[in-house]
Design a protein around this ligand. Structure first.
Ligand code: XMP
Length: 514
């Protein structure tokens, strides 16, 4: 595999994952590391370029994070962003001060001349995303000012001879109109990368690495049918064949027909050789959830029960050396890059045992973002329906049924959800919403059907748009679609006489109802 790499040194900014994504979009492999990585380790990694991120600190004062000046003498191109820009200026003898006026949000920048190397080809005036109170008052010797804004005299600076570049604004944020220009200039022209990082090479490499690691050992994977665990399982299957076993736990809280669909793809009649074991644990989960109404307690019971079932299956199989997990890069980054170099990866994925006796954990996707996992899935020939499946929470319908979960309620929500999904697809809205589902309120109300009074449940439907699932807005579904879904649900699903639309944003709501 092409080992060309750019390193992002993380100073605790909020957009750091985005920087890595932007570099990878240019076709170069990129890793995020804590700023404490150290010069020797950086040299050993032999990166083509280094990017210093933004962060909440000031370069002066008690909490100042410093960086070894040596970093700027390695001959490796460095791009400093926001705090990273100030750190570069300060370390090399420039002056950083607290700005009289802070700049937040979309801001116009004006190029000084031709934009230097870092902004070559950019428009003379463009909008960028600023978020700072400190600013570079004076650039270090040998640096040119490349751009300014109304209140910021140094919006970008560079010392092309030393290959050092900096932007006070955030090129990684989509609001920065010339963000792509900056990353393309840095990666291609300045770092001279060949930009050949592609998913087929990644997949091949992941298979080879897993093969080398597991050897003739045995591995076990908890397969949920979601894209992450499915891609991880198929990579391992390609690597070790029959020595992989995949356990799929049907906890009775899946969507309509989901267990059968997963088995059709991954079971004995499917195209993959996964030693697929389907465990029917439905009754066991319903029993454990009997009488429980409190959401957190429900989650805990579902999580614990899942672990018990999985452990029992592992024991039946005898000695298994490796546990395969579908951990992805955002989990790795979010689990405290700044606190420790060693990431306890098995804590990243909820609901899996950490006291089962495995020698090692294998996480073939730990360096991939979600969209890259999807590309890997396509590369491995997984069906598109599975690769682009909307997210489904681990506790499943258990957190889409408000109050006590019963088998009957699960059936109601499964039927209603299947109708909603079917109509979303037939109206062409399934690709426009990032997540959509039906849930069951524990509200019962009076209705009339035929000549009879009814006293039945209200189903809630919800469709949201989101890019990161941290915030979300309700999708404005067409009235025709809503009418059709409502009519079908009350007519076709027994014990439902009302359909409600949840159009709450997140915040203040969450995406799930519990
Ligand atoms: P909320 O409801 O927190 O959901 O706005 C954000 C995203 O996370 C999913 N979600 C979960 N996924 N286990 C999971 O694997 C969980 O316990 C869980 N709770 C929420 C949710 O479906 C949405 O995509």
């Amino acid at each position: 595999m092409n080992k060309e790499m750019i390193i992002v040194l993380d100073f605790g900014g909020q957009y750091n994952q985005l920087i890595a994504r932007r570099v990878r979009e240019q076709g170069v492999y990129c890793e995020v590391h804590p700023y404490t990585l150290g010069i020797e380790k950086i040299k050993a990694m032999n990166p083509k370029g280094i990017i210093l991120t933004g962060g909440p600190n000031s370069v002066y004062g008690e909490k100042a994070i410093k960086v070894d000046e040596e970093l700027f003498k390695l001959g490796i191109p460095v791009l400093g962003i926001c705090y990273g820009a100030q750190l570069m200026a300060y370390t090399l003898g420039g002056k950083v001060s607290s700005a009289p006026t802070s700049e937040y949000g979309a801001t116009e920048i004006i190029l000084e001349s031709d934009g230097g190397s870092i902004l070559a080809g950019a428009r003379g005036n463009s909008v960028c995303w600023m978020s700072h109170t400190d600013y570079i008052e004076q650039v270090p010797d040998g640096f040119d000012i490349i751009a300014h804004s109304e209140v910021c005299p140094v919006a970008a600076m560079e010392n092309a001879d030393r290959k050092l570049y900096a932007t006070q604004f955030h090129p990684e944020v989509t609001h920065s109109e010339e963000g792509d220009t900056i990353f393309a200039n840095f990666v291609k022209d300045i770092c001279e990368c060949t930009c050949e990082w592609k998913m087929d090479a990644f997949v091949k490499n992941a298979i080879d690495e897993a093969k080398a690691k597991v050897g003739n050992g045995k591995a076990l994977c908890a397969l949920s049918g979601g894209v992450d665990s499915s891609v991880a399982a198929v990579i391992l299957s390609r690597a070790i064949g029959k020595n992989l076993t995949c356990v799929f736990v049907d906890h009775g809280l899946l969507r309509k027909n989901e267990a059968d669909e997963v088995e059709a793809v991954f079971g004995a009649s499917g195209n993959y050789d996964l030693n697929f074991i389907r465990v029917d644990a439905r009754e066991r989960f319903y029993k454990a959830l009997q009488g429980v109404e409190e959401p957190e307690q429900k989650r805990k019971i579902i999580g614990e029960e899942f672990i018990r079932v999985f452990e029992e299956e592992a024991k039946k199989l005898g000695a298994v050396d490796f546990l395969v997990q579908g951990t992805i890069y955002p989990d790795v980054i979010e689990s405290g890059l700044n606190q420790s170099d060693v990431i306890k990866s098995h804590h990243n994925v909820g609901g899996l045992p950490d006291h089962v006796d495995f020698k090692e954990i294998i996480e073939p996707l730990r360096m991939l973002f979600k969209d890259e996992v999807r590309k890997a899935g396509l590369e491995l020939g997984l069906p598109e329906g599975l690769v682009f499946r909307q997210p489904f929470p681990g506790p499943g319908l258990g957190i889409r049924i408000i109050g006590e979960v019963t088998k009957e309620k699960v059936e109601i929500v499964q039927e209603a959800d299947a109708i909603f999904r079917e109509e979303m697809a037939s109206f062409g809205w399934d690709k426009k919403a990032d997540q959509y589902f039906a849930a069951l309120s524990n509200l019962r109300s009076v209705g009339v059907m035929g000549d009879f009074r009814t006293y039945d449940y209200a189903v809630v439907i919800r469709a949201v748009e989101t890019s990161d699932f941290m915030t979300a807005t309700s999708v404005e579904l067409p009235w025709e679609l809503l009418k059709k879904v409502t009519s079908r649900i009350v007519n076709e699903v027994e014990h439902v006489n009302r359909v409600m639309l949840d159009c709450t944003s997140k915040p203040p709501g969450t995406i799930e109802l519990e």
